[in-house]
Design a binder for this molecule. Structure first.
Ligand code: IPE
Ligand code: IPE
Ligand code: MG
Length: 246
């Protein structure tokens, strides 16, 4: 029997999509190593994978997609790798932003932009400005993002309010903490996907993922295609979420 040339699309229930999918895009370096290529070739290939997943997310009607692009710990890597990652980001932003904009995607950044190399900061600021009125997919890029750093900043801003007398410590609520995070106004992720077989969060959305469904796959990020994405969503749709209740 001849196998169909076209892969059948994985069945998901479009009425029960996760509102917010967050992805730890890991495995670029190993993908490159397997091919005898420099690590930066892996990061470039990772951008191509990201392009497809952003497109697919918009098409199927996901409201929020957050991707972990660079962590507060990733500065520990070689200067060459770090600057290469940001160059690839700038290149991608400049090449793709028009198409992203046409598709109604709104770009936002989670993380501390101050420390980014100038061209990277300017490229993401331009992308946010250009797409700020778009009503389609909300695409959040976690860049120089760390969950602990984010919570620390929230603590500092709330304690400043306490010091100024506008707030009593006993009146601080979980809601106020949520609103003091980079993800202010964004619902918590329903589904967190991590590629490349690592089974950890690596400082990603620590507060927000309290009740997220976690999905791990051995696929390296540059190989993560639309079908793998739909498979993760299908898996999510089979889970029973309790939120501590019964
Ligand atoms: C993820 O891929 C991308 C970033 C962290 C920027 P890695 O670069 O961590 O790839 P591996 O884990 O070394 O394979
Ligand atoms: C997490 O991947 C960060 C990003 C994907 C941007 P890492 O490769 O940095 O995580 P660890 O160091 O293996 O935990
Ligand atoms: Mg890694």
């Amino acid at each position: 029997m001849i196998k169909g040339i076209f892969m059948e699309e994985i069945g998901i229930d479009y009425n029960r999509l996760p509102s917010h999918v967050a992805i730890i895009m890991d495995g670029n370096g190993r993908w490159a190593k397997k091919r005898g290529l420099p690590r930066l070739a892996g990061h470039k290939a990772g951008m191509e994978a990201l392009k497809k997943i952003v497109k697919k997310s918009g098409e199927i009607g996901i409201e929020h997609l957050t991707v972990y692009a660079f962590s507060t710990e990733n500065w520990k890597r070689s200067e060459e790798e770090v600057s290469g990652i940001f160059q690839i980001l700038v290149y991608y932003m400049e090449r793709e932003i028009r198409e992203i904009h046409q598709k109604g995607v709104r770009v936002s950044i989670l993380g501390d932009l101050q420390r980014l190399p100038g061209p990277a900061r300017e490229a993401v600021e331009r992308a946010m400005e250009l797409t700020k009125a778009n009503q389609g997919l909300q695409f959040h890029i976690a860049l120089n993002y760390g969950g602990r750093d984010e919570i620390l900043r929230a603590l500092r801003s709330l304690s400043q309010k306490v010091e100024q007398g506008g707030l009593m410590p006993g009146d601080i609520t979980e809601e106020m903490i949520s609103q003091a995070l980079y993800t202010e106004g964004i619902p918590d992720p329903d589904l967190v996907i991590r590629t490349s077989g690592e089974l950890r969060l690596s400082n990603f959305l620590l507060w927000q993922s309290a009740y997220s469904e976690l999905y791990f796959t051995d696929i390296l990020w540059p190989d993560f295609q639309e079908d793998a994405f739909l498979k993760a969503i299908a898996d999510f749709q089979m889970r029973k979420r309790n939120f501590g209740g019964r």
